[in-house]
Design a protein around this ligand. Sequence first.
Ligand code: LLP
Length: 420
Amino acid sequence: MHDFSYKNGELYCEGVAVNAVANRVGTPFYLYSSNTLTSHYRAFQSAFEGVPHLICFALKANPNGALLRLLGKEGAGADIVSGGELFRALRAGIDPKKIVYAGVGKRRDEIEYALKVGILMCNVESGEELLAIDRSASEMRVRAGIALRVNPDIDAGTHAYISTGLKKNKFGIPIEQALEYYQTARKLHNVEVIGVHQHIGSQITEVKPFVDAIERLVQFVGELKAEGIDIKFINMGGGLGITYKDETPPHPRELSQAIQPLLKQSGCTLVLEPGRAIAGNAGILVTRALYHKDSEVKKFLIVDAGMNDLMRPSLYEAYHDIKPVVEPASADHTVVDVVGPICESGDFLAKDREMPEVKPGDLLAVMGAGAYGFSMASNYNSRPRVAEVVVKGNEFFTVRERETYDDLIKGEKLPRWLVG
Ligand code: LLP
């Protein structure tokens, strides 16, 4: 479900014509629907009503402060992976007691920041990190809530770069060794073992990998209990997929129906860390066509957004639907590569894509760009990062200004020997 649809041949986001936003803010820009975002959050909330749960939005999908504040108001917590994400979550008013912190490489200053503000728990990814957290907590005279991230060795059936639950991945602790780690953790004076965490991958479009992974976790929680280690939280991570093309991912309700019986048996509170399923289809990237160019073997449509604005097609060969903002009068189609202005052959938004006639100056909407879109954008080729705009009903608001050329050199300095 999303709130981008055509009215009289023009693409709208809720009650706002995409064209009207382009006229005001220029192109390219990200455009988000607040209604889609909250509806997706509420879909999770109501699906899991039957079990004690906490939904921690994965900030990495989209850390824009306005979107976070909106989700925070709905009751969402946050899944973070850095001090920067913690800063953003707190700034958006998210209660530290609803924040969970994953990531294989937490620095000491980041651990101290998390302990200082009193987050719910750190999801620990290695034995050395466990000791580092215990040390920091001891120095700060606090007790750190922790979960160990276990790697259940489940194939999530997704792209290799976004699969995380296999033995060969760098994430988590192999489930066979996890009991040993929990026994070590229990003996530490400054950590309190409260949870078990996993995240098996992203853009998962079936229920089965989740069920398999939860089954292993629940069984493992039982083993811990037998050892006298009482676990309060089972964190199943994120990973639920969305429709980019023709995928038919399960609704959160189906996921919930499949795993609830297992969870009830555990008596634990469920933590979820959805990112893409909440933000992905709540955003589009709007770009303007610049030029056509035909070679002997290819037709190119050159647009003003590039891989620095939306990296997913270049990095994962990900498919994003591209729609004309104004539906063309002609039904003719051509097969083109939709490419950006970056000096890389890998700079494309679509390859060999059947597109309606697009003239220079026409606006295009790259769909499903609300997650891992702006958050992965860079300044490559010294391109200022684009504006972000949120729609609510018939109104829109720029929640992040387009960067300026001055922003590009912010923080740069000249050494004395180069001045003058
Ligand atoms: N929790 C943890 C520990 C994670 O590592 C991730 C994503 C999530 C939650 C949220 O996963 P989601 O619900 O969004 O699938 N840049 C890639 C996706 C990388 C995901 C990394 N971890 C992409 O554009 O497809």
